[in-house]
Design a protein around this ligand. Sequence first.
Ligand code: ADP
Ligand code: MG
Length: 726
Amino acid sequence: MNAISRFKALEREYGHRPVHVDHSNDKSITFYACNVFDQSKMAKYLPESIFKQVKQTMDEGKRIDRQLADHVANAMKLWALQLGVTHYTHWFQPLTDQSAEKHDSFFTLDNGLPVESFDGKVLAQQEPDASSFPNGGIRNTFEARGYTAWDCTSPAFVIGSTLCIPTIFVSYTGEALDYKTPLLRALNAIDKQATAVCRYFLPDTKKVISTLGWEQEYFLIDEALFDARPDLVSCGRTLMGHNSAKNQQLDDHYFGSIPERVVEFMADLEVECHKLGIPVRTRHNEVAPGQFECAPIFEETNLAVDHNMLLMELMMKTARRHNFRILLHEKPFAEVNGSGKHNNWSLAADGKINLLSPGKDHDSNLMFLTFLVNVIKAVYNNSDLLRASIMTAGNEHRLGASEAPPAIISVFLGAHLSKTLALLKEETSNGKILDAAAKRTINLNIEQIPEILLDNTDRNRTSPFAFTGNRFEFRAVGSSANCACPLIVLNTIVAAQLEAFNNELQQSLSAGANRDEAVLKILGNYVAEFSPILFEGNNYSDEWKEEAKRRGLSNITSCPESIKAYTLSSTIKLFESQKVLSERELSARQDIYAENYHKKIHIESLVIANLALNHIIPTAIRYQNLLVENYNCTKGLGFDELIENRLDTIKSISKLILVIKNDVAQMVTERDKACTQSTNLQKALAYNTSVKPFLSSIRSSIDALEMIVDDEMWPLPKYREMLFCH
Ligand code: ADP
Ligand code: MG
């Protein structure tokens, strides 16, 4: 570990002024999506009849055949060459924390002559040598081939001199090795099931899409200070560091004025995003010092997921131009708020009707209630799975802590809707609803819902899954997550629930019930069933933990325990029924997430041991020597009673050093034991219960030393320096 010294880092940091990138001639509306091969570019570069065919094929979600692909490839090439592009790559999202790419040149030799070549075959499919991507046992090494295949629903784009083509990544045998494949399958499933339900109210519905608007939180830290913290470099979070006297107590950072150096970064980032057609729109300071957020206009989910992946990459690159580093870890600083990525999610029929937005008349409100209640039912039945979709080594620090959504999944509706659902439940149980519905005189108080709900006052910012007027906000997602992970699960469970609802409704209708009566009765029964998951109070409070237990809601704060949900027989049945993931794919995913977890804890334990033994303890001993020297020189000068307490400090340092050494030794023993477990899940469980606790105990001893040792000697940048360096 080659960290630069704290003082050198501070010197460099003080020299870092705002970096101004001149965008005065750039107005977003003139260059928006200039680096995206979207439909307008396609229309320009393709013959009209071919464009029509391609568009129709894409709209119908069908496969583009080889001949059409050749045309598209040619158009793409012409467009890209004009932008100075020399290479192309299939851009995909393996089950790691980042996207992957392998560049090929347009340049080739044709009969010895240099040409620029790119055709439908290379656009549609590639066979990257990808044997070292995580596969959870799906690909044996002798069959290490994986395929990337073009996802024509997400447009190609140019970064630098490379044309990037969004693709799925599957094994030789067709199993998903990435996030995009199951996401596309889940989006198909929700389309199918939601369209069927939608048709009871809007008979002409052709397609239902899932929409996603993420809100990305992040920390910015000066790169010199980052370089001086080996824990940030290797783990993305501080493994030690005493809290600074002032951090977020005064709530003066949230929505405060943005420091100039950060504004320059944000402006630069927004230009980069807009060129790639990422519609970012809002930016502000977040709660913690050094923490910020950016959010786009929502989009169709597959596109929004790609855009979020791209945003995270753009953030890292842009930050470096401004001598910053981005921290996307969910909890980079202890005792300071962590970062999440709220996923705002809804469903839209035929691209325009928001199914989670209350309407103006009886029919549209009944449709709204149908989707709302079915979503909550799906969340209630599958809360463990939903939690598993967002649990990682990083997010584990956030969930269940006192500033982020807890590991207990509950749903917030707001006073008005809660009352509506309570009424529905009551009227169903006393049979009144049948009568009222049949006569169409039912008054569920839903006519004025839109106005009431969109009023910001009715919000609960502690809820992990909150209804916010015309969408649900899944707030427990971690800042570094690939949004596909929660959205695969969310769309799949809702699809399965809508299918079940549809079946029930069909039965009632064939038994002679009228639509409204049947719908309301089923919904009323659902509300009665899921009422334990509705919670309007403070999710961060200890009372809620007690209350949730009484209600029978689960509270799993360990990542390895949580991801067990992926292979329960109920999960397998559900995912197979919606054709999203097979049993083999699910267990491969669980294996990969478990491996990722224990490897991260392993790295953290190596780093903390190294820092403790080679940086902190030697520093503490040096300071202790100074004290001993001082004590010996001062003794006998005539005020011995005044320097007696110096011995206490010397003793405290020795004690802390001893505790740290013992803890490190025990941690190594536990680590060796955990390594011998046979499966990745068992290893993850062992690392969680036996290794992770040492990270906290070693940390607390080091933080105590930080408060004793001379500031001049302390080797690592301190919290107050890192958090207020803008
Ligand atoms: P808040 O902080 O109050 O949650 P923000 O403006 O930060 O509000 O974020 C709201 C997010 O919700 C934006 O990303 C926005 O695009 C998204 N959003 C709004 N309507 C929908 C919808 N129908 N489907 C999905 N996302 C939506
Ligand atoms: Mg927000």
